[in-house]
Design a protein around this ligand. Sequence first.
Ligand code: UDP
Length: 355
Amino acid sequence: MKIGIIFGTRPEVIKVAPVYMKALEMGLEVRAIATAQHRQMMDMMLKVFNITPDYDMNIMTQNQSLNTVAAKVITYLDEYITKEKFDWIFVQGDTTTAMASAIAAFHRGAKVGHIEAGLRSGDLYDPFPEEMNRQVIDRVAELMFAPTEISAYNLESEGFSKERIKITGNTVVDALNFISEKFDLDKAREKVIDVRDYVLVTLHRRENWGTKMAAILEGIKRFSLEYNIPIVFPVHLNPKVREVVNPILKEYKNAILLEPVDYITFLSLLKGAKIVASDSGGVQEEAPSFSKYVVVCRNTTERPELIQSGFGTLAGTTAESVYKALVNGVSVNLTNLKNPFGDGNAAGKILNAII
Ligand code: UDP
């Protein structure tokens, strides 16, 4: 049995790394296939997990469109599948890399395994294009690895048969356990910042670019000023993000703006935070493992588990709503809450399901 594992962006590497490493440990025949949809941030993550791609499409160009990415991924993967005769192609999450790879595999008769299946925001355009990507991938997947009962329920409600759905937990918990065991996170944090108990910020979603992101940042800044809590923000490389962040935060002296940091450093920043404000999917899933509360700066979420478990709130995207959510969130007691995203054994469950 031969497996090809696909990744192209930072979060995909984090979430497929445990499956790839476990497959090697189990002696399975597996190939790591990079699209490099986000070249720099993907490479940064590969270094952390010590993974060298067997294939690298190297597709990234400046101002790339979703259609060019999809077209290139389908073309390259078609070639690799024909050559390697993969039985399984594993894709993760909801990127254009994952969606196009699933289509290419389906066309060539390779079975698709969807890691992190069944997430739904309920709005086809938010997040864009991810909500569409998820649905397309699930349509063509032979097996859907749902991280939680809610995601499995979403799939069953769409009519998928139970046999094709496996509840595994989210592989992000496997990844962060691996890093936390291997590295001293407090030391890693001290290498980049000398503060603690800050609001950790990450923002990058396409739907928030422009005025929404500006409003979110104004809300965070007001909270920081009034409560004298520093802001720590590794700023996404996308120029659309930077053009909003810099005018609002660059001159503010209680904000530490960083370049994107590697995964070890990011987890160390999470560990040292008082509270988190983010529109990232991965960060919502990581925060409960470190007992941190997340103010989700979005209007929808496909991770209701975060809110139901008490580890976060859906704050919307206005300055006022984000500010209020931070004020409320900072005093929430998180002891005794249960992490809804799994026990760190997702990779083994996924591979056992195909064996
Ligand atoms: N992350 C990181 N360095 C950073 C910012 C984020 O390693 O400077 C990690 C973070 O831990 C999370 C993932 O990148 O697992 C999130 O990526 P992103 O927010 O780009 O994508 P999303 O999760 O929203 O798909």
